[in-house]
Design a protein. Structure first.
Length: 421
């Protein structure tokens, strides 16, 4: 690798680090004779962990960090005086292949700043992944960021070569987006999302008719929202996420705690640190929506527009609804077991299976993997003498379960300390 390309790599990898919407591919792309690499189904990419504990990595890079937009929250905004670089299509393709052959990576996460216009940038991104697939027969995982405002023809072409496509929403409400990124609007974001969805659904129909029809973005699409850059509540964020998950091709919504990279801009909050606790709570709530059969208005509503930073969302819901407990683990249905703090999806399934053969007690529940520290206040079973949430009161259980760190919670990590304009 020559020194010029290495210097570009350093600049562009640094510029790409704030995008968190990398995911396991959820797709299988087998190697073929004369090809290079493969994508193993169910294995994560971008420093995710496989089921066997193996760490998987990919080259996370931008084609260029030049950009025509001046988004307040972005490190690559055109008004920032930062090192800039652009890789040619050939340089980026060769870099990916070289890294793969050296076993540094198992795939590519490709994004870009917008230069000239969205279609010009999108066309160059498509050329990169097309060359990887068709010229070098690369079968590793490819996740490509679709450019907001790109044409349907280019999005459709990208879907033929990428495993996953994504378009970042960034800000949950359009009025806030217009404040921080005046050149953007929701139409430019949601239209490519719609193109991807249509492409995936049409491709499914084609593959029913033609066995060897090429796959279109087989791992679906994802998006990202920045948390804490604007005054939106967790309710605003989760209601949008819930609506996105109702789309058949949306696989993941990512939440990125706002990192104060442009402190000079008065439109942005002066946060001392990224709202990492809030970010984590949003991921936990997202998990409840996707796997625990919760409705979004059960997690957040007008009375509780923000997630509790002291306890996880499921425990917070349980403490607000003590009338639902205690749950008899030997009788309760699967759906109710999922709502018990300390019982996960796998544990709930094992309880339903195991109780067919004998009554379950505390010892058996611990063996199954239930977090008894939480669950003991919300369940009854054979040989469990603990007092329940109704006997101790929700406030009493809360005090028992909140970690005693000796310091206050970090003021919710939510407070927006806007400077005077």
């Amino acid at each position: 690798m020559n020194e010029n390309v290495l210097n570009k790599l350093k600049v562009l990898a640094e510029s790409a680090k704030y995008d968190v919407s990398c995911a396991s591919s959820g797709t299988v792309r087998s190697n073929k004779a004369g090809g290079l690499g493969n994508t193993v189904g169910g294995i994560g990419i971008c420093h995710s962990f496989a089921e066997d504990g193996r760490c998987i990595s990919l080259l996370k890079i931008m084609l260029t960090n030049y950009c025509i937009y001046d988004c307040a929250y972005c490190i690559n905004r055109k008004s920032n005086d930062i090192p800039r670089a652009t890789l040619s299509v050939t340089e980026l393709v060769n870099l990916t292949i070289e890294f793969y052959r050296r076993n540094y990576i198992e795939g590519l996460f490709l994004s870009s700043g917008v230069v000239r216009n969205p279609d010009y940038t999108m066309e160059r991104l498509v050329r990169v992944i097309k060359d990887l697939r068709e010229v070098h027969r690369f079968n590793g995982y490819i996740h490509m960021k679709s450019i907001p405002g790109a044409s349907r023809e280019l999005v459709n072409e990208a879907g033929l070569y990428a495993d996953r496509l994504s378009v970042n929403i960034e800000i949950p409400k359009e009025e806030s987006l217009k404040l921080l990124a005046p050149e953007k609007d929701f139409k430019s974001v949601f239209q490519p999302m719609q193109y991807i969805q249509q492409g995936v659904l049409e491709n499914k129909e084609d593959r029913k008719k033609y066995r060897y029809a090429p796959r279109f973005a087989p791992a679906g699409q994802s998006t990202q929202m920045i948390v804490g850059a604007t005054a939106e509540t967790d309710k605003d964020i989760l209601f949008l996420s819930s609506a996105l998950y109702r789309r058949p091709t949306m696989k993941r919504v990512y939440y990125s705690g706002y990192v104060s990279v442009n402190t000079y801009d008065n439109r942005l909050p002066a946060l001392k640190q990224p709202p990492l606790v809030r970010e984590n709570r949003l991921y936990q709530a997202d998990w409840l929506l996707r796997f625990y059969q919760f409705k979004v208005d059960e997690i957040v509503d007008d009375s509780y527009p923000h997630l509790d930073l002291e306890v996880d969302p499921k425990l917070a819901w349980a403490l607000r609804h003590p009338e639902q407990f205690p749950v008899d683990v030997n009788r309760a249905d699967y759906e109710m077991l999922l709502r018990v703090p300390g019982i996960g999806v796998k544990s709930a399934k094992m309880i339903v299976t195991s109780r067919r053969y004998s009554k379950l007690g505390m010892y058996q529940l611990k063996k199954i993997g239930i977090v008894m520290k939480k669950a003991q206040y919300f369940i009854t079973c054979h040989e469990l003498p603990m007092k329940t949430v109704n006997e101790l009161s929700p406030e009493g259980v809360r005090k028992l379960l909140i970690p005693k760190t000796g310091k206050k919670v970090d003021e919710r990590q939510l407070q927006l300390l806007f400077t005077d304009e």
